[in-house]
Design a protein around this ligand. Structure first.
Ligand SMILES: C[S@@+](CC[C@H](N)C(=O)[O-])C[C@H]1O[C@@H](n2cnc3c(N)ncnc32)[C@H](O)[C@@H]1O
Length: 420
């Protein structure tokens, strides 16, 4: 019987679920992948640039936690890989010179060392990034300064982030990329905090309540720790970076901004900051969960507008209309499919030409998916093929329609310093 105790204490005997927790399906299949998608062209150019000088890439992860950022970067794939290709990583170990993770939290650093300590290219150090760039004397500058999953929002005062960015820019020898990741000011999940006056609600009182399931969350509510996190919109991010450029006397050029997790942010499920928020993340987690069937109605978004924010309301309403149209279309396709005859009972109506291209594209694809596997029977085609594909199609809509303005859980900015 001790064999079971041993198995349980190893942690590897725990029940795995993508429906809840830090590494739920949305984190792994949406948030990590969306981030990789937007990073891909910039990282590819950076690697090509380094390789053309016969150099490998040096990465510093600011606020690395347990080094999830390394996993994220190492998971960026070549987009043009054919089906038969097996080695598809854009950043294989032989391209990496060093990954240095810094974090204030000693326990996380210990955890990171526990996971990656065997790899001498991955080094971890405890440091406070609000005190400037944590470089020791004679330490060579890095090619990529990376911060992920809201880490830049730990700069509660802009001054500390401006100083950090200015430090990075002035120490660059020739060229580097900087990735900043904040909490978006206009996330629907915290609509109660929206303000047009950017001097208000700069930092939110953030509770990591979402890692627990509903009942557990309520039970623990009073004992949960609170964090103060800066909310940032595009205009504020531009201002911070422009000020850092001025301070360093070197241009920090914005290359791209993107919004990540528009209807699928963590706090959509808790409703802690918006009583109208619906548990859309849970529904999308269910779409991607093996052997689980998802009620299409659980995916339908009913966005409640906020007066005085017309531009933002228009954006959310447009995305909601596209999102719901796709969900309802796929539901209708499945109802209309005759498994025995391996064909639709009646030809689905044509997709209106007036629909946005991204929506039309996803509707056409989902028709092919339902037609292609509806008859399969083996391996639960609805649960394990059609629903995950619907998840990816909804993800595509979020990615194509987002505007990088701070209208989602995360706002990510990719910047370049080029002294060449
Ligand atoms: C939202 S977590 C992100 C962790 C990790 N990058 C990831 O992607 O999962 C923010 C991290 O920033 C770290 N952090 C917060 N304030 C910091 C500071 N002043 N200096 C260094 N790290 C800090 C926290 O300890 C935490 O690990």
């Amino acid at each position: 019987m001790e064999a079971y105790t041993e198995a349980v204490t190893s942690g590897l005997y725990a029940k795995q679920s993508g429906l809840v927790g830090k590494y739920d399906n949305v984190r792994r299949l949406w948030e990590d992948e969306i981030t990789r998608h937007f990073l891909h062209p910039h990282l590819k150019r950076l690697i090509e640039r380094k390789q053309s000088c016969m150099q490998r890439i040096r990465i510093m992860d600011l606020g690395c936690g347990s080094a999830d950022g390394y996993e994220l970067l190492a998971g960026v794939r070549n987009r043009d890989a054919d089906l038969q290709d097996f080695e598809v990583a854009l950043l294989p170990p032989n391209v990496l010179s060093v990954y240095k993770g810094v974090d204030l939290n000693e326990e996380l650093i210990t955890q990171a060392r526990g996971i990656y300590g065997h790899d001498s290219k991955l080094v971890f150090e405890q440091a406070d990034f609000t005190q400037g760039l944590p470089l020791v004397e004679n330490e060579k500058p890095y090619d990529l300064y990376f911060a992920s999953y809201g880490t830049c929002s730990h700069h509660n005062e802009d001054e500390t982030l401006i100083r950090l960015l200015a430090d990075i820019a002035s120490r660059v020898e020739k060229h580097c990329l900087i990735v900043c990741d904040w909490l978006g000011r206009y996330s629907y999940a915290w609509q109660s905090l929206w303000t047009n006056d950017l001097s208000e609600n700069r930092n939110m009182d953030y509770v990591v309540s979402y890692i627990y399931e509903k009942e557990e969350r309520e039970r623990r509510r009073d004992e949960l720790q609170h964090l103060l996190l800066r909310l940032v919109c595009r205009r504020e991010a531009d201002g911070i970076v422009a000020e850092a450029s001025k301070r360093a006397g070197v241009e920090i050029k914005p290359l791209e901004y993107f919004d990540r997790s528009v209807f699928t942010g963590r706090h959509m499920d808790t409703g802690d900051y918006n009583p109208n928020a619906q548990p859309i993340r849970l529904a999308v987690n269910s779409l991607h969960e093996a052997n689980v069937r998802t009620a299409p109605s659980s995916l339908l978004v009913d966005y409640t507008p906020k007066a005085g924010f017309e531009f933002i309301n228009d954006y959310f309403e447009h995305l909601q209309m596209c999102w719901n149209a796709l969900v309802l279309y796929v539901d209708e396709l499945m109802r209309n499919y005759d498994v025995q005859k391996r064909a639709f009972y009646s030809e689905p109506p044509p997709i209106p030409a007036s629909y946005p291209p991204a929506l039309r594209e996803m509707m056409e694809r989902m028709k092919l998916v339902v037609e292609g596997v509806g008859w399969l029977g083996l391996g639960l085609p609805r649960e394990n093929i059609i629903e995950p594909q619907l998840g990816y199609a909804l993800r595509y809509l979020e990615m194509k329609l987002q505007q990088g303005l701070g209208c989602a859980h995360g706002l990510v900015g990719i910047f370049e310093v080029n002294k060449d």
